[in-house]
Design a protein around this ligand. Structure first.
Ligand SMILES: NC(=O)C1=CN([C@@H]2O[C@H](COP(=O)(O)OP(=O)(O)OC[C@H]3O[C@@H](n4cnc5c(N)ncnc54)[C@H](OP(=O)(O)O)[C@@H]3O)[C@@H](O)[C@H]2O)C=CC1
Ligand SMILES: O=C(O)C1=N[C@H](C(=O)O)C[C@H](O)C1
Length: 332
């Protein structure tokens, strides 16, 4: 397969992201390439069957269960043996609406019930962990509610006002894991970028950067992960604005140009970062391409387990991230 060279326009139809099948795999592909010299009703808790995580069975309340990630996390929680609280929140009032996850019937509550329902749940199940996979415009309001009630939570939802999010949670002094990226292998890549940025600030001064991210059509915001990676490139000396990130949401382009397998058009996260030296003689390319959602669902369950242990051991009430989760031995 031809490598990108300095004359190749970034992310044009002629520069498809190499599919994961390049490495003989079709899922969760992380590629890093460097090249030089022109190469390139408040029901009670439903207890799911206990499985592999022996001894770990605390209640989780998953917000956004009618959505794709919420659903994937609910499935993963059940197969891990966690107790799934049969309640979830929605942006709309949907009286009597329920959804089924395994044998659990989950009641969907609209915004006007959120506070009462959540505080009753917390009273009844003081060891509960909330998991949020809702929408960018719900991030701040939901975090404010979790903080008001004081319930530990995992915030997987991206977007919203991130500075305000962190301030709200810091001021409230609650247990939280916040991360725009729950896929542990991708988190390890982000951690490596952070180390590089700390150890070699300015190493890529003068380099130009192109960033492309492709997600399912319903994704509203710019990839939070791409923004995190860009923030490290900025520390490495690259001049780049977040609004330069090229978002691809058109399924036709995703199939033909990006190379997303057809069965994953409805659920994928392909990211590509291309760096070129000022004279175009050196280029670097980083990619992480995820098909499906299991990588995030598994990481989210690890984050919830991590948080539950922090609460039980009365560790510091603070904001943790996925690197903290990996450091405590969850890179399995
Ligand atoms: N951290 C990570 O690793 C990952 C993060 N994400 C992020 O997770 C979020 C959700 O993604 P995805 O599941 O694909 O999105 P979906 O659109 O499929 O689902 C969103 C869900 O949130 C609910 N929702 C929307 N607004 C509100 C609200 N105001 N209050 C309560 N519930 C609400 C929706 O229900 P209804 O329509 O009934 O209101 C729906 O169930 C996105 O921000 C995405 O970027 C995704 C993958 C991985
Ligand atoms: O919405 C998604 O799907 C994803 N969102 C996260 C992000 O914005 O970084 C993580 C991953 O890209 C999938």
């Amino acid at each position: 397969m031809a490598l990108l060279n300095s004359h190749t326009p970034l992310f044009s139809l002629r520069t498809p992201i190499r599919r994961c099948t390049f490495l003989g795999r079709t899922r969760s592909c992380l590629r890093i390439r460097a090249s030089a010299a022109r190469s390139c009703a408040i029901p009670s808790v439903a207890i799911a069957p206990a499985t592999s995580q022996a001894g770990l069975s605390f209640p989780v309340l998953i917000n956004g269960c009618t959505g794709k990630m919420g659903r994937a996390v609910a499935d993963a929680a059940i197969s891990t043996g966690l107790q799934v609280v049969p309640i979830t929140f929605s942006s709309k009032e949907k009286p009597h609406k329920t959804i089924h996850v395994g044998s659990v019937e989950i009641q969907v509550y609209g915004p006007s019930y959120k506070e009462n329902v959540l505080s009753s749940m917390y009273d009844e199940y003081p060891d509960i962990v909330v998991i949020d996979y809702t929408a960018p415009d719900a991030v701040n309001v939901n975090a404010e509610l979790y903080c008001k009630i004081g319930v530990p939570f995992v915030m997987g939802t991206t977007g919203g006002d991130r500075e305000l999010l962190y301030k709200t949670v810091r001021d409230a002094n609650v247990y939280a894991v916040i991360s725009p990226q729950m896929g542990k292998q991708v988190v390890a890549f982000l951690a490596a970028m952070e180390i590089m940025a700390k150890q070699f600030p300015g190493a890529f001064s003068g380099y130009s950067l192109g960033v492309m991210e492709s997600h399912q059509v319903g994704k509203k915001d710019i990839s939070g992960t791409a923004k995190a990676v860009v923030s490290y490139f900025q520390k490495l000396g690259v001049s780049y604005d977040m609004d330069q990130i090229k978002m691809i949401r058109d399924p036709k382009k995703q199939l033909e140009m990006v190379g997303v397998p057809e069965e994953y058009i409805g659920g994928h996260a392909f990211h590509m970062y291309h760096l070129s030296s000022p004279d175009d003689t050196v280029s670097f390319e980083f990619q992480h391409n995820v098909c499906g959602r299991s990588i995030y669902a598994e990481g989210t369950i690890d984050a919830a387990i991590f948080l539950s242990k922090k609460v039980q051991s009365k560790d510091d009430k603070k904001i943790y991230d996925m690197v903290d989760v990996l450091r405590e031995g969850n890179m399995r």
